[in-house]
Design a protein around this ligand. Structure first.
Ligand SMILES: [Zn+2]
Length: 252
C-alpha cells in the first residue's frame, strides 16, 4: 500500500503569499521509502504539524525552480541527513541544481555534499534509485527545464507539477495508479502554462488512473470550487477524483 500526505495544497501567488492554503509539498510513501515532493514555503513546519518525521526521508524531488516548490529544500535535506551524512537523494530540474537563464541554483553545494546522490532529470530521462524508478515527465511552464515525475515502485505514482495540458502529456502517465495534478483554475478560466480543470479532465480521461487528485489551487479554486470541479471530472471520466485538502492522507 502506498500513501500520500498533502503538506500543502496552495498555488498561485495570492494563495501562496497569504497562506490561504499551506505550501509544504507532498509526502509519498512507496515501497517502504518516504519521499518529499516540492518542499515549498513551510514544508518543515507542516511536516511537524501533520506528524511526519523528515529524518525518515529517503529522497527529495524538486520539479522546478519556482519558490512555492523549492524554498524549504535545504532545510528538508538537513532534516533528512541529520543522523547520517551521505544519505538520501535529490532529483530535480536542471535549473534547480545548475541554474538556467533567469534562475540560479537553489540548493547550495554545502547541502548537495550531504546527499548520497543527486541528479538533474530531463523530460523523458529516468533514474533508478533506492529500488524505485523515477521518470522525468515534460511540462509547459515558465521554468524551461521544469519536470513532473512518474515514480514506479510497488505502485505507480504520477505528479504533473506545474504545466498546461498538451496532447503528448497523457502518454507519460499511462501506467499511473494515482495521478496528482497541479490544477490552478476551474474549467474555462485558462491561464497560460498552468492547468485548469478542463485540461485536468482531458488528462484524467486519457490516462485513466485508478485515482486522480487535484491540488495546487489558486484563488478561483477555493470555497468549494475544487470539489465541484472534481465531481464534474469524476462524472465525465468515470475516474475517482479528489480535491486535496491540507493535511489530507490518501492510500492507493
Ligand atoms: Zn511554477
Amino acid at each position: 500500500m502506498a500513501k500520500i500526505v498533502f503538506l500543502g495544497t496552495g498555488g498561485g501567488r495570492i494563495v501562496v503569499l497569504n497562506q490561504f492554503r499551506a505550501t509544504g509539498g507532498i509526502i509519498l510513501e512507496i515501497s517502504g521509502k518516504l519521499l518529499h515532493l516540492d518542499p515549498g514555503p513551510g514544508a518543515l513546519v507542516r511536516a511537524k504539524q501533520y506528524g511526519i518525521s523528515l529524518r525518515r526521508l529517503s529522497g527529495v524531488l524538486i520539479s522546478h525552480c519556482h519558490p512555492d516548490h523549492y524554498t524549504d529544500g535545504e532545510v528538508v535535506i538537513e532534516a533528512m541527513t541529520l543522523d547520517k551524512k551521505k544519505k538520501g537523494f535529490l532529483i530535480a530540474s536542471k535549473a534547480v541544481l545548475e541554474g538556467h537563464e533567469n534562475y540560479r541554483p537553489v540548493i547550495s553545494p554545502y547541502h548537495l555534499e550531504k546527499l548520497g546522490f543527486y541528479q538533474a532529470l530531463k523530460p523523458g530521462e529516468s533514474v533508478k534509485v533506492e529500488g524505485l524508478e523515477i521518470l522525468g515527465t515534460p511540462t509547459r511552464h515558465e521554468e524551461p527545464t521544469g519536470i513532473g515525475f512518474l515514480i514506479k515502485g510497488e505502485k505507480t505514482f504520477g505528479y504533473t507539477s506545474d504545466t498546461e495540458f498538451f496532447p503528448e502529456l497523457p502518454d507519460f502517465f499511462r501506467d499511473a495508479d494515482c495521478l496528482v495534478i497541479n490544477c490552478l483554475r476551474p474549467r474555462g478560466q485558462t491561464w497560460p502554462e498552468h492547468m485548469d480543470s478542463g485540461g485536468a479532465k482531458e488528462l484524467i480521461g486519457k490516462v485513466k488512473p485508478k485515482l486522480a487528485i487535484l491540488t495546487h489551487f489558486g484563488m478561483k479554486m477555493l470555497r468549494g470550487v475544487a470539489e465541484r470541479e472534481t465531481r464534474w471530472i469524476q462524472e465525465e471520466t468515470g475516474v475517482k477524483t479528489l480535491a486535496a485538502k491540507d493535511g489530507m492522507q490518501v492510500e492507493f
